[in-house]
Design a binder for this molecule. Structure first.
Ligand code: NDP
Length: 293
């Protein structure tokens, strides 16, 4: 059935998530005298990371939490960074630690992630959280995949029984997303650069989650009519007018004619990532309070 898909408004949903976090933060302060604290560590001057970190700080404070930023020069040694992580692990007023990636080449990112206390690992990248997620135990879940699940559930609160495809198998998006879909009762296909006949795989899916990093890669005629399409991609391209613009991994105009619901780029998955980071920080602080079991 050709039509126009429902547009999933990630900005509005993210605002609701942040508002709920702010209410829960206020309750936690009242009940336990705890103010959740998030420490963000940034190494070097990467402009995109700087903007992202600034937004994180603003939104953390707006939700009533404590926000701490540690800016280190690109030349900082791995040892110094590990020492800082150790200090933050021991700090009672810090419940969430996020080390902004990418890190300079001379620093082993895996080593730094493993140095973070898993209970404070609000990015959900520590092997303990990765493992806990995969066995269905309570874990801090990576923020972007968590945001994708919330958006899909705004269309269909139960995803049970759906055929889902995740395009992309990165550790930060594709793999955790596949775990979350599995936990939600979907039958999950994980596609990647070696997948054969990707369009045919996508055509079978009721739920398509694209995390490829290639502009408008997924075409409209790959989409099963009525499917839910969640586009994680953020790609900067030059438009016909010569100006830079952001597009997703899905050819939006084509896909919106076939899908039942679709996220736009920008304004879809993007805003959910920080909202889920705040949620994770709250959850980490609640863990300290013994508030959640
Ligand atoms: P990666 O580059 O780490 O992973 C890309 C994945 O896509 C890989 O698994 C790769 O397969 C697969 N892939 C590449 N080419 C093809 C192809 N031709 N056919 C099928 N699969 C292919 O990217 P990320 O997971 O980090 O990010 C994906 C996208 O999401 C990017 O656009 C990024 O900007 C965006 N993003 C958005 C966020 C947000 O907040 N909204 C947060 C994080 C990322 P293989 O493993 O075989 O190489």
């Amino acid at each position: 059935m050709a039509g126009q898909a429902q547009i999933i408004d990630g900005k509005a949903v993210a605002e609701q998530v942040r508002a709920q976090v702010a209410r829960d933060v206020a309750n936690l302060k009242n009940s336990h005298g705890i103010t959740p604290g998030l420490a963000v560590v940034i190494v070097g001057e990467d402009p995109a990371s700087q903007v992202y970190v600034r937004n994180k700080g603003k939104q953390t404070t707006a939700a009533g939490m404590k926000s701490v930023e540690h800016k280190l020069p690109a030349t900082v040694s791995e040892l110094k960074l590990l020492e800082l992580v150790g200090e933050l692990n021991r700090a009672d007023d810090i419940h969430g630690i996020l080390v902004q990636l990418p890190l300079p080449k001379h620093i082993d990112a895996a080593k730094v992630i493993e140095a973070i206390d898993p209970l404070k690992d609000v990015d959900g990248f520590h092997p303990v959280n990765v493992g806990r997620l995969s066995i269905g135990a309570r874990a801090l879940v990576p923020c972007t995949p968590a945001g994708c699940m919330i958006l899909a559930k705004t269309v269909k609160p139960s995803l049970e029984g759906l055929d889902a495809i995740v395009i992309g198998r990165s550790n930060i998006v594709g793999k955790p997303l596949a775990q979350l879909l599995l936990a939600a009762g979907c039958t999950v296909t994980v596609a990647h650069s070696k997948t054969r006949d990707l369009p045919a795989q996508v055509r079978r899916a009721d739920l398509v989650m694209a995390a490829v990093g290639r502009p408008e890669f997924v075409r409209g005629d790959w989409i099963k009519p009525g499917a839910i399409v969640i586009d994680v991609g953020i790609n900067r391209v030059t438009g016909a007018d010569g100006r830079d613009k952001l597009v997703g991994d899905v050819a939006y105009d084509e896909a919106a004619k076939v899908a039942g619901a679709i996220t736009p780029v920008p304004g879809g998955v993007g805003p959910m990532t920080i909202a889920c980071l705040l949620r994770n920080t709250l959850e980490a602080a609640r863990g300290v309070a013994g508030d959640v079991g």
